[in-house]
Design a protein around this ligand. Structure first.
Ligand code: AMP
Length: 303
């Protein structure tokens, strides 16, 4: 809504986005747009919005007629020792920011709405995509991605989006979802948006609120390590040189990574060197009270 108080002086005021809790309510709200053939964009989130989320919402607003944001802290993608209970939440703020970003509808169901008694089905992507990196059983494990793909498949069925937006910040998640969509013929285009970073390079994450000031300083070593990896890999035409440079940056900040690995960006297969295909260099590390992930893709150069 645009309010003009003086000629030439335009004040834009945005109401908070409307939250719907029920699957049927959401379907009913979207039915007219669907009948009219309008395009629907979906941005799945767990809330506690930051500029990373907002970049996805803005892309959806630019490209789609109707923008739906889901706001759901999905319990099935958290392991028993993970941060489900303390995951940051602020629905009122999220609805305000969503409204400002032009979101039409927020789907914010209770857990029982998506997982009613007797819920017994899962969507699982295999193919070496979900048992490596974060999916390694010694880390979050494949169950994390089973939780993600199951809830995203449900959201696709509930919303019926033409386009769904995800962040490159969760590179493995994006690769897994692309594969699920391809394998199960979901009629949706997956749009993956670049990582949004703080000025010093730290990738934005809802979990950054767990960082004490001293750890916040150290946490920048992750992005510094990935920048060094890309630069040194290119300079020496050597992936090993890139990974060595990254390890040095992490060690300088006394960060012991859970993993620092280079893999094919699409298949997540291990790579021994620069292959002529995009290479994902991914890192995960506990820094103080936060488990952080970040990545860079080294694109092949030249023709
Ligand atoms: P989350 O609420 O953490 O599940 O994130 C919701 C979506 O926002 C996912 O597709 C994330 O990859 C994306 N996202 C989170 N952080 C960033 C970031 N720093 N830059 C771009 N996208 C992000």
């Amino acid at each position: 809504m645009t309010l003009s108080s003086f000629p030439g002086d335009t004040v834009t005021s945005c109401a908070p986005a409307r939250a719907l809790r029920g699957v049927e309510d959401l379907r009913a709200a979207l039915a007219p747009a669907r009948r009219e053939g309008r395009t629907i964009g979906l941005v799945p989130t767990m809330g506690f919005l930051h500029e990373g989320h907002l970049s996805l919402l803005r892309a959806a607003r630019d490209e789609c007629d109707v923008v739906v944001m889901s706001l759901f802290v999905n319990p099935t993608q958290f392991g028993p020792n993970e941060d489900l209970d303390r995951y940051p939440r602020d629905e009122e703020r999220d609805l305000r920011l969503a409204g400002e970003a032009g979101v039409d509808l927020v789907f914010a169901p209770e857990v029982a709405e998506l997982y009613p008694d007797g819920f017994a089905t899962a969507v699982e992507v295999d193919g070496g995509l979900t048992s490596v990196l974060d999916g390694d059983p010694a880390r979050r494990g494949p169950g994390h991605f089973r939780g993600v793909t199951t809830v995203v498949a449900k959201l696709f069925n509930i919303v019926g989006p033409d386009v769904a937006y995800f962040g490159q910040k969760d590179a493995q998640q994006a690769a897994v979802i692309r594969r699920m969509v391809r394998d199960l013929d979901f009629p949706v285009r997956i749009q993956v948006m670049p990582i949004v970073r703080e000025e010093d390079g730290l990738a934005l994450s809802s979990r950054n609120v767990y960082l004490e000031p001293a750890d916040r300083e150290r946490a920048v070593a992750l992005s510094r390590a990935l920048a060094a990896a890309e630069q040194q890999a290119r300079a020496h035409d050597s992936l090993a040189a890139g990974l060595d440079a990254a390890r040095i940056e992490l060690a300088a900040a006394a960060i012991e990574p859970e993993y620092l690995e280079a893999r094919d960006a699409e298949t997540l297969a291990p790579v021994a060197g620069l292959t002529g295909r995009p290479i994902l260099v991914a890192v995960a590390a506990k820094v103080g009270g936060a488990r952080l992930i970040d990545n860079v893709v080294i694109e092949p150069q030249g023709g």
